[in-house]
Write a protein that binds this ligand. Sequence first.
Ligand code: TYM
Length: 334
Amino acid sequence: MSIKKLAFSGVQPTGNLHLGNYLGALTNFVSLQKEMECIFCVVDLHAITTFQNPKELKQNIFETTAAFLAIGLDENKNIIFNQSSVSGHAELAWILNCVSRIGWLNRMTQFKDKAGSDKEKASVGLYIYPNLMAADILLYKATHVPVGADQKQHLELCRDVAQKFNKDFKSENFFPIPEPLIQKNISRVMSLRDGTKKMSKSEESDYSRIDLKDSADEIVKKIKKAKTDSSPIPGQEKELEKRPEALNLLKIYADLKKTPIQKILSEMEGKEFSFLKNKLSDSLVATICPVGKKIKELIDDKAYLEQVLNKGREKALKKAEENLKKIREIVGLL
Ligand code: TYM
């Protein structure tokens, strides 16, 4: 029996969305909505694994919802909602905490990065975060998960948890084993200040990333200041192996232009990086500024955003409750 395709993905409401989120995940959401049923979730319970100012969190939940709509996700076709409004996420996370193994969580590199040098002081929530992410996906029996490359290890854990649940409870094929959908051309957008680090909301310097709400002037300034090296643009991609910043800018440009990087290199071989930077700024302004403008417009219409989230919640709740009923039976809960 073939199972119906269903995509699930989540974005944390922890501040400004950036170019990494956009190219690594959001553009994939937009194309996927044409191919299958999709659930897009503002994962507020994930956000609070590190302390969030309550007022800012609320605003960021609205802003992430606005970003989903601004990039072109259809609120009628897809389910758009915030995670904490469907309590099944927390309930299934607890059940999966009892399936998942400590050894598996100990291997998670994102926890090590986020917890920093003093792991004893990290929240327990941050440690078991991947189990909540598995619950998000499995609660809806999702088959596909569009994410950036940084989430790959979490997805592997989700697959292990699903397999162990099915085996422990002798419920073969109950949870589908979800497939990660990771962008081929640019799965990890790197910082504009350090090409070995991913572009991230938590990076201190504003100059390390392009935010979706940046003005044209800010984009131009950030690209002008982006780190490069003194060599000109090479003719072959393999010559960029030890030039992470140069490779990052070229990959971003190729992705925005929907052109293979080799073609860009053939056209620009021997030119200085200032030439690429001018073209890159133009492309970014043309792509990002309309999205930022739309986010700013939508964020002022809280009533509309609430209505979108409520409608999504109703639909998500129905699916979650159906699946949870079966999960409780399988586990032996009354
Ligand atoms: P989050 O909120 O950090 O990021 C949202 C999405 O953006 C992608 N991303 C990137 N892609 C490429 N380059 C980058 N520099 C970059 N930075 C972020 C992320 O891979 C992600 O797809 N744990 C998740 C949220 C989550 C989730 C889920 C995702 C919770 N439950 C269930 C999928 C399914 C996270 O923190 O994403």
